[in-house]
Write a protein that binds this ligand. Structure first.
Ligand code: ADP
Ligand code: MG
Length: 326
């Protein structure tokens, strides 16, 4: 069956039928606006990310379910980078009339599977027909105590620069997809990233991270945002960049290029005062997640890159910018 036969309200009913109730949702899908019960003493953190067919994804690359998971994951990653617990989200979708209902069922099962895994409830959205491709826009709401929220602006000179997981995988995965690969570790890191929600929340609640950001545009660009807003610089030791074996196998002569500028890793990049390194290491050990110290924040502005041989490294590209000429 096509969406044209199901209709807008048929689709909304179908979505609604699979959404579980939540005590904080007084009114969910179905009215003109949702009514949410705020938790006393907590602030709401709200973030939005758009995914466009042809810009952010290609329907031939992966299955609709992982597209659904990723659509929510990129938003959960932003909440994680603030140290917020995910709570609610809105889903805006523009869909071609000829799209199959089966596609949407699978897409929604991915969205709702990820929502359940991370404790977020779908409370509303908007649905329209698209004359172009598929467009997805999710707005996610999270909560945290105001004093625990981790901003980009809190880094101090001397803080260690830390990174969760590994970087470069998603960008290498995209190159693989463009060459026709459809599975494997790198491809799954591109199509189905894991937002580091537990790590972000734990870092915030332990007060360990002085500044934090999620790596969506690439380590260099995202570290640049922390530097700018914190009024400090950074020096990175490139030999310390966490690279997966799978990435190393395909990265060619320059292992740093994609790891620094590729983006879409959705790892957490954060700063930690030197004396709290042990606590951060213990926290990550408990989560079973890799933690790497890749450099330090400096008084001097800008990001300095030291290659393995001690010489300085000049990146070819800084990071992803939607409006830059490709
Ligand atoms: P209105 O015209 O008043 O904006 P809509 O007909 O667009 O209302 O939506 C009806 C209800 O369905 C609203 O509660 C809205 O939040 C919800 N809704 C619409 N599209 C979606 C969607 N894609 N996902 C979840 N809820 C949706
Ligand atoms: Mg509407």
């Amino acid at each position: 069956m096509r969406l044209a036969e199901l209709g807008e309200f048929g689709l909304i009913d179908r979505i609604k039928a699979n959404v579980a109730a939540s005590p904080s949702v007084l009114l969910g899908i179905g009215d003109d606006a949702a009514a949410l019960l705020p938790a006393p003493g907590l602030v709401t953190l709200i973030t939005s990310d758009m995914l466009l067919e042809g810009v952010h994804f290609d329907l031939s690359f992966g299955d609709p379910q992982s597209l659904g998971r990723k659509s929510l994951s990129v938003n959960l990653s932003d909440l994680a980078a603030m140290g917020a617990h995910p709570r609610h989200f809105l889903l805006g979708i523009a869909l071609p009339r000829e799209l199959s209902v089966e596609f949407m069922d699978r897409f929604m099962s991915g969205v709702l599977e990820q929502a359940e895994r991370f404790g977020a409830t779908l409370v509303g959205g908007d649905t329209c027909a698209s004359k172009g491709g598929v467009a997805i826009s999710i707005t996610a709401l999270g909560e945290q105590r105001p004093e625990l929220v981790v901003k980009r602006s809190g880094a101090r000179a001397g803080d260690l620069v830390c990174l969760s997981g590994s970087v470069g995988d998603a960008a290498a995965g995209l190159q693989g997809l463009l060459r026709g690969e459809r599975d494997g570790f790198l491809v799954s890191r591109q199509l189905d990233p894991t937002p580091r929600v537990s790590a972000g929340v734990a870092l915030a609640e332990a007060g360990i991270a002085s500044a934090m950001i999620d790596v969506s545009d690439g380590v260099l660009a995202d570290l640049g945002h922390i530097c700018e807003l914190s009024g400090v610089g950074a020096r990175l030791d490139l030999a310390m960049l966490p690279l997966s074996d799978e990435y190393r196998a395909v990265c060619g002569a320059d292992p740093y290029a994609l790891a620094l500028s590729g983006g879409e890793d959705y790892e957490l990049l954060f700063c930690v005062a030197r004396e709290r390194r042990g606590e951060a290491e213990e926290l990550f050990q408990g989560l079973g997640l890799r933690l790497s110290v890749i450099g330090e924040m400096t008084e001097k502005g800008g990001v300095e890159l030291l290659a393995a041989d001690g010489g300085s490294y000049a990146p070819r590209q800084r990071g992803f910018d939607h409006f830059e000429a490709g």
